[in-house]
Design a protein around this ligand. Structure first.
Ligand SMILES: [Fe+2]
Length: 219
């Protein structure tokens, strides 16, 4: 394993910092905090039904597994040899935990950060990066996630994964340290946006905690 991957794993472990049996993490905000971009009904169902379901099913899948006490991040590295339920529900739990922490009501993009400088070098400006995210997220066939990652060359990449896969899992084309991830499963937007996934993506980019994304980029 490359040293940089080990560093990524160490960093990411400090985010989830949890092992079996997993618990639904508390939200730092109320369900209606992101109205009108994310309606409170969607937030409530997304968190209480979908995310909670991933946690419950992950614990069930791990219950009798000899590797149940390994961190999720370690399991992601050998995901191809593990039961599909661990991939789906482990990814579901990790991705949603990461997603909730990436959103912020008062979102400000600081143009003086290292992240900003890198975005300007690679994309020209933040709007161009956002356009890439919207395009990538809109193109996903079926359910999945669109990600911004820092790759192994310290470059920013926009990429996507299917279902509940993520850039920490082995053999993903979309690979690296996740900086932000946006859920494009229909359960994340359909109540308010119906089939207009692009509009959902465009709007949710207004509530990204860029300060958090910058911290992840720097660490
Ligand atoms: Fe979701």
């Amino acid at each position: 394993m490359k040293n940089i991957t080990l560093l990524f794993m160490l960093f990411i472990s400090t985010i989830s910092n949890a092992q079996f049996p997993y618990e639904l993490p508390k939200l730092d905000y109320n369900y209606d905090v992101f109205e009108p971009i994310i309606d409170s009904q969607t937030m409530k169902i997304h968190y209480n039904n979908h995310h909670k379901g991933y946690v419950t099913n992950l614990n069930k899948a791990l219950e009798n597994a000899k590797f149940k006490n390994e961190t999720l991040e370690n399991l992601f590295l050998k995901m191809d040899s593990l039961p599909l339920a661990i991939r789906n529900h482990g990814g579901g739990h990790w991705n949603h935990s990461f997603f909730w922490k990436t959103l912020r009501k008062e979102a400000i993009f600081d143009t003086t950060t290292n992240l900003s400088h890198q975005i300007i070098r690679q994309f020209g400006n933040i709007d161009s990066l956002k356009k890439n995210i919207i395009e990538s997220g809109t193109k996903i066939f079926g359910s999945g996630w669109v990600w911004v990652v820092k790759n192994h060359n310290n470059q920013i990449e926009v990429c996507s994964t299917s279902n509940q896969d993520n850039p920490l899992m082995a053999n993903q084309k979309c690979n690296g340290k996740p900086l932000l991830g946006i859920d494009v499963w229909e359960h994340a937007y359909y109540l308010k946006y119906n089939s207009k996934r692009g509009e959902y993506l465009s709007n949710i980019l207004n509530i990204i905690d860029w300060q958090k994304v910058n911290q992840r980029f720097d660490q």
